[in-house]
Write a protein of this length. Sequence first.
Length: 326
Amino acid sequence: MLPLKIIATGKALPSRCVTSVELDVLLGKPEGYVKKKSGMTHRYFAEETDHQSELAAAALRDALTRQAIPAASIDLLLSATGVSEQALPSTACRIMQPAGLAHGIPAFDINASCLSFLAALQLAASLLNTGTYKRIAIVASDLASRGLNWDDHETSLIFGDGAAAVIVERGDGRTGIEAFRMETHPQGKALCEIRAGGTRRTPRRGADAEDFLFRMDGRGVFRLAAQVMDRFIALLFAGRPFGPRDMDIVIPHQASHLAMQHITKRLGMPSTQVMNIYATHGNQVAASMPTAVHEAMVTGRLAAGSRALLIGTAAGLTVGGMVLVL
């Protein structure tokens, strides 16, 4: 067990709620088209004046308030995002002031696409166990709506915006990470991408407007994920006295309604043991998994003594999983 204790969680959503029926009208489709195709009932989109860092700060303030934790007690901030607020500087440094954190503490970004939170949680546990930090805040945020191509219904209909936060300490060793594994398969690096925004495609190097929008080869992602998932799950649980069916709850990355069905089937779990908030939140990129963790905790589905499996895929193609004891 790698000791870790979650002492608070929080979340924040933009004020604009968009229903599937509204999108039916927007796209000129018959009523029920978006819900049938995407599995969504509604999701939340940021307004044009909203900033990702402010939404992230609201999620962190929510976590602090719920457990009456002083902001000054946080000694490290990790921002887990799939797409940053801007190329430079980090999103983390833009979260600090609106969150009310102390000036001078370190703050930096973790980017593993949709699995950024999972990577940040493992890193936080490692740092806490070196004694370098005592209390770490992890905030995951993404505004997926800013990069949607509405001409591509396969991808544009599954996403939503949001932010979620967890605050962690080392704890007493009775809770923590029992298993962790992450794999990246670079043959899938072009299956999910936003080509512009970095140094590869810029206005000076021929970037056009579509290079700033998300693009995905859904069938390619499914095929590659299907090829690696069974082996990945076997290695994640190798040598452990427990397996997927021993989990009290599974919290997947909320990728899509089809992805949720697929991972449930692969694990051989009943749907009642799988935390599914996709229909009302959509795929919130890096914010999806911690939002689901927060919802599981506030509804009592993830309680003290529970053993949870956090699992999902991300651009790269990356696969990740963690067994977490609360």
